[in-house]
Design a protein around this ligand. Structure first.
Ligand SMILES: [Fe+2]
Ligand SMILES: [Fe+2]
Length: 260
């Protein structure tokens, strides 16, 4: 089984690229299952029911989120209604949505769990205790975890914490792909950050001039606007899993540009 994990889909440019090209990418690379982080898919960040529905229709099997889960109008409705959309499991339990989903693909069951980190991020419950509790309830053949976090150390810590208990642990949120893809000692396929899916010539998806203003003109109020002009790059990682043993056999970073 070949699983493609797609890094944070940013704005209209990123999501329309996915909508146009994902089915061709699935065929070209013989992908069986796609998980995509879409916490920045709406113009305001976050997601709404229409965007979530389109991404699922166009070939995403499960959408994961992060700190921006509720940044878009109707985000609460999206995470309540779309059963293939998961938000961080370690958000307070009274918040809308679910932290994991289990999908039957015929020859296997696949669980996707979303977590959010706590280093330099908004308060949340402990992701380590939260995922431990969830794993007691989950009995899928294949377990995939999106650890949405700021610190590479916290993401790598989650990789080792789940080594041998989840097939795949990847990080999202910082939008810059890391070169540490690997199979951890007990067999978990891991990468600290998948990268992003959006305009390549931007600063993590935002217009360059606006971000320069933010950094160079202390105290100036800036409105972060997503870049919409230019070429899109889809970044992510492909994980191969042996159908019989359910073990990860290969991890490859991918960066895809241009119409497929
Ligand atoms: Fe993001
Ligand atoms: Fe984020």
């Amino acid at each position: 089984m070949r699983i493609l994990a797609i890094g944070d889909i940013v704005g209209r440019s990123g999501r329309e690229y996915v909508e146009r090209n994902l089915n061709k990418i699935r065929r070209r690379f013989s992908i069986d299952f796609v998980v995509a982080n879409a916490e920045n898919a709406a113009e305001t960040n976050g997601i709404n029911p229409e965007i979530a529905g389109r991404l699922i229709d166009r070939g995403v099997d499960v959408i994961t989120m992060g700190n921006h889960t509720f940044s878009c109008k109707n985000g609460e409705i999206a995470v309540e209604e779309n059963k293939r959309l998961v938000r961080p499991l370690n958000f307070p339990p009274e918040m809308e949505g679910r932290g994991y989903v289990e999908i039957d693909v015929g020859y296997a069951t696949v669980a996707v769990i979303n977590l959010v980190g706590r280093v330099n991020m908004a308060p949340a419950d402990c992701p380590f205790h939260a995922v431990n509790a969830a794993l007691k309830k989950i009995d899928s053949d294949i377990i995939i975890v999106d650890m949405h976090a700021e610190a590479t150390s916290e993401r790598l810590a989650m990789g080792h914490f789940l080594d041998g208990r989840a097939q795949i642990v990847f990080g999202t949120h910082t939008h810059v792909q890391t070169a540490d893809e690997q199979i951890l000692p007990k067999g978990t396929g891991f990468i600290s950050d998948l990268g992003m899916t959006g305009i390549k010539n931007s600063i993590i998806g935002t217009k360059i001039d606006i971000v320069l203003d933010y950094f160079m003109k202390s105290g100036k109020r800036v409105k972060f606007m997503k870049e919409t002009e230019g070429e899109v790059r889809l970044s992510g990682c492909v994980f191969d899993i042996d159908n019989r043993t359910k073990k990860v056999t290969a991890v490859h970073r991918v960066n895809i540009e241009g119409e497929q």
